[in-house]
Design a protein around this ligand. Structure first.
Ligand SMILES: CCCCCCCC/C=C\CCCCCCCC(=O)NCC(=O)O
Length: 503
């Protein structure tokens, strides 16, 4: 007995210990159950996603066989008539396809392989079949549009990449989607984002990683990365995303397409996850202009009274008056890759040759300037310098070429070129102008960055091995001057196309 008593004390835990252990086990069990339920939901959504993509492919192939490529941009005027604004014509042989492909037979395969779609909108098919051309069709009548996951579409989840948001469909369309529909557009898919949207990569636990359509080891960019890959790969002609630090412009630049981040409230921000600017993405600047023209209408102003009632200014957009352009090649924060620098330098020359005045713009992030001032004060200082230089618009770099998958998570600082214009709230767009050359790649040997620190070393690695990838420039205008920004982008696009045709 004298021996067993202490042993018994050793083996029998005290009551508080017992209670603690039981509580911990219960918590672990509950957590395990909760995670299991979540994973079940994720699996269900993945299956639904698979079925949706398969259905979309079926319709796409069937339609392609029937009528071939369906979407084209038309505009101008027939002899003697007044010029008509360009429109996207989506009707052929009396029917419309829900898949906005541009005619490339590879587009479907790229759409699948890049993993850019989160949900196919099943009802879009019937909407296309039943669409009857009204007497006064909206500017986007019959045009299939893709929508970023985080923008609310009635009946569909806005997951923002969180499994906990599964099966919580939006009760109503965001104002943007309502106006798109009133203009005749037909949303047909929702597209992938990074979890939380605070990243310019595009990966989450539900839908996984979206890849770049030009090179699958690279990221599509983010957070509107699903849109970038889908449009870049030819699976949609017009899509919509949001931008708080570069989320429209970075995926566009990485995937070789155009995007416009308007002034914060030029388009309604009601009905999506973040208080970020909403904007269009497309292969052509003309398509972005068409989207803005369609959206800046009475419906938008009535549905959201916080949006200033400024209709699309055709006169500014169609003007051919030479522009006064400021430019800079580096922000002295993130050293541009050789191709980023060359893209700006070559475009500066082309713009000058085309009769515009191009001079040094002010350099917003130069270390000698007091960038640490309050944003509001910085904004006024920036505008004052812009006006002193008598500028219409600014030409500057945008991060590129596309970084390898996973790199954006290590390189938040590299958003400096884009985030600046969110802080200042200026409209800013990107236009692809060139691709990385062998010479750019050779020059990467000397890339040290402005600081030679850890970030610069990762960036150097990320930029390397990129021959052939698209590189864009950024075009900026003063607040509320989206039309001027688009007009400048159109000019840049035209000059780049002409040059690339000759080269
Ligand atoms: C102004 C110059 C200072 C440059 C310093 C940059 C530091 C950046 C720190 C955090 C940025 C985090 C990445 C942001 C990615 C933006 C993605 C985005 O726009 N999301 C919003 C959306 O999807 O709407």
């Amino acid at each position: 007995v004298a021996v067993t008593a202490p042993m018994a004390r050793l083996h029998l835990p005290s009551l508080p210990t017992l209670l603690c252990c039981s509580a911990a086990s219960l918590l672990l069990l509950l957590r395990w159950q909760w995670r299991r339920r979540l994973w079940k939901k994720v699996k269900e959504v993945q299956l639904k996603h698979e079925r949706g993509v398969a259905q979309m492919e079926k319709i796409w192939l069937g339609f392609r066989k029937k009528v071939g490529a369906i979407i084209s941009t038309v505009g101008g005027c027939k002899g003697g008539e007044a010029p008509t604004p360009p429109r996207l014509i989506a009707v052929r042989a009396g029917c419309i396809s829900p898949v906005g492909f541009t005619g490339s037979p590879q587009a479907l395969q790229i759409t699948r392989e890049t993993n850019c779609i989160t949900e196919y909108m099943w009802e879009s098919e019937t909407k296309f079949q039943q669409a009857v051309r009204p007497e006064k069709p909206g500017l986007l009548f019959g045009v299939p549009v893709s929508i970023k996951d985080s923008i609310n579409c009635q009946g569909y989840d806005s997951t923002i990449g969180f499994a906990s948001n599964i099966n919580k469909p939006a009760a109503e369309d965001s104002v943007l989607v309502q106006v798109l529909k009133r203009q005749g557009a037909i949303p047909f898919v929702k597209t992938n984002v990074p979890q939380s949207l605070i990243s310019y990569d595009c990966n989450n636990v539900i839908f996984g990683q979206t890849l770049n359509p030009t090179l699958y080891t690279r990221t599509s960019g983010g957070s509107s990365g699903g849109e970038g890959a889908l449009i870049g790969g030819g699976g949609s002609i017009l899509g919509f995303g949001t931008d708080l630090g570069g989320s429209l412009r970075l995926p566009a630049a990485f995937c070789g397409i155009c995007a416009l981040k308007p002034t914060g409230n030029r388009l309604s921000k009601t009905g999506h996850g973040m208080v970020a600017a909403v904007g269009p993405m497309a292969k052509k600047v003309e398509t972005l202009a068409l989207a803005m023209r369609a959206l800046l209408c009475e419906d938008m102003f009535n549905l959201d009274s916080t949006v200033p009632p400024l209709p699309f200014n055709e006169e500014v957009y169609s003007s051919t008056k030479p522009l006064r352009i400021g430019y800079y090649e580096t922000d002295f924060f993130t050293m541009p890759s050789p191709s980023m620098r060359r893209a700006v330098r070559e475009m500066k020359q082309l713009l000058e040759d085309a009769g515009h005045t191009v001079g040094h713009g002010n350099n917003p992030l130069h270390r000698d300037q007091e960038w640490r001032l309050q944003i509001h004060e910085s904004c006024h200082k920036f505008i004052a310098q812009w006006k002193k230089l008598n500028l219409d618009v600014m030409l500057c770099p945008v991060l590129g070429p596309a970084l390898p998958v996973g790199y954006p998570g290590k390189l938040a600082v590299a958003t400096s070129y884009t985030i600046l214009y969110n802080c200042l709230d200026f409209p800013a767009g990107v236009v692809p102008v060139t691709t990385v050359t062998d010479e750019d790649e050779d020059e990467m040997e000397n890339y040290k960055g402005h600081y030679g620190d850890h970030w610069d070393r990762i960036l150097a690695k990320g930029f390397s091995g990129s021959v052939g990838l698209p590189v864009a420039v950024q075009c900026v205008a003063l607040p509320w001057q989206e039309e001027l920004c688009l007009r400048f982008m159109r000019e840049v696009e035209k000059l780049a196309e002409e040059k690339n045709r000759i080269v």
